[in-house]
Design a protein around this ligand. Structure first.
Ligand code: PGA
Length: 266
C-alpha cells in the first residue's frame, strides 16, 4: 500500500451461487467471525434472490456491506428479468459490481451500456465496483494497456471528480478468473499503477489517490498477501474463495494484518 492510506476492501462476488437460506447461514457465521473489526471494508455480493436475506442477516452489523452483481440503468419499465438501482437501494444494497467480464462476454455488455449503469448507480448513491481486464490473447499481443485503458475511459466518461471517493475499480484479468492462474504481484501492480495514472489524467492526482483499485482473478488466502502488499493494490474482488467463510475470512485477515503493520510503521 502507498503512503496515502486507502482502507482495504475485500469484496466477495458469489456469482450464481447460494440460495437465500445458504446465504443467511453464511452471513450468520461471517458476522461472528468478523466481530467488530472495522479496518477492512468487507462487502458480500450475493445473487439478487439472496440480497434480502443477506441484508436482514446483517441488520445491526456495521462491519459488512451488501453489494449486487449487476443492475439495469433504467429506473423501471419493460425490461424483463432486470433490476433497477432504486430496487437495490430499497434492499439496503450499497455497492454494485458493473462491467464484470462474464457480463461483457456472455451477455454482450458494451462499454457504453456499462457507463450508463455507472452514472445511474452514482446518482442513486450506489458505489460502483467497475471491472476492467484483458483476455489472454490481448495480453499476449501486448494490447493489455490499450484494452484496459479504453474500458476505464469509456466506463467512466461523464463521472464527476466529486463522485470518485465512493468509486471502486477492479482489475480482473480475464485469464485469471476462475482458472487458478493468478496475476503475479508485479503484473497486478503494473496494471494498477497504470489505472491510477489514467485516473489522474482523466480527473486529478488527488482524486486518483483516493480510488480503491481491487485485484480479482483466482485470489486466494495463500496468494493475496503479496498482491495486497503492492502499492496500488487496495484489496480484492474474490470469487471462488469467497464462497466459504473460512477462506473469505483468511483473506480479510491478511488485509487486516497488513493494515496493522502499516500503522505500526507510520
Ligand atoms: P475468481 O473470480 O476469484 O473465482 O477467479 C473473481 C471474479 O470473477 O470476480
Amino acid at each position: 500500500m502507498s503512503s496515502y492510506h486507502r482502507k482495504y476492501i475485500v469484496a466477495g462476488n458469489w456469482k450464481m451461487n447460494k440460495n437465500a437460506v445458504e446465504a443467511k447461514q453464511f452471513i450468520e457465521e461471517l458476522v461472528v467471525e468478523l466481530g467488530t473489526q472495522s479496518d477492512v471494508g468487507v462487502v458480500v455480493c450475493p445473487p439478487f434472490t439472496a440480497l434480502e436475506s443477506v441484508a436482514r442477516a446483517l441488520e445491526g452489523s456495521h462491519y459488512c456491506a451488501v453489494g449486487a452483481q449487476n443492475m439495469h440503468p433504467e429506473p423501471s419499465g419493460a425490461y424483463t428479468g432486470e433490476v433497477s438501482a432504486e430496487m437495490l437501494r430499497h434492499l439496503f444494497v450499497s455497492y454494485v459490481i458493473l462491467g464484470h467480464s462474464e457480463r461483457r462476454a456472455y451477455f454482450g455488455e458494451t462499454d457504453d451500456f456499462i457507463r450508463q449503469k455507472v452514472l445511474v448507480a452514482l446518482e442513486n448513491n450506489l458505489k460502483p465496483i467497475l471491472c476492467v481486464g484483458e483476455t489472454l490473447e490481448q495480453r499476449d499481443a501486448g494490447h493489455m494497456f490499450d484494452v484496459v485503458g479504453h474500458q476505464l475511459r469509456e466506463g467512466m466518461r461523464g463521472v464527476d471528480a466529486s463522485q470518485l471517493e465512493s468509486f471502486v475499480l477492479a482489475y480482473e484479468p480475464v485469464w485469471a478468473i476462475g482458472t487458478g492462474r493468478t496475476a503475479t504481484p508485479e503484473q497486478a501492480q503494473e496494471m494498477h499503477a497504470f489505472l491510477r495514472k489514467q485516473l489522474a489524467g482523466q480527473f486529478s492526482e488527488d482524486v486518483a489517490q483516493k480510488v480503491r483499485i481491487l485485484y480479482g482473478g483466482s485470489a486466494k488466502p495463500d496468494n493475496v498477501e503479496q498482491l495486497f502488499r503492492q502499492e496500488d493494490v487496495d484489496g480484492g474482488l474474490v470469487g471462488g474463495a469467497s464462497l466459504e467463510v473460512r477462506s473469505f475470512m483468511k483473506i480479510i485477515e491478511v488485509a487486516h494484518q497488513l493494515t496493522e503493520q502499516e500503522f505500526a510503521t507510520v
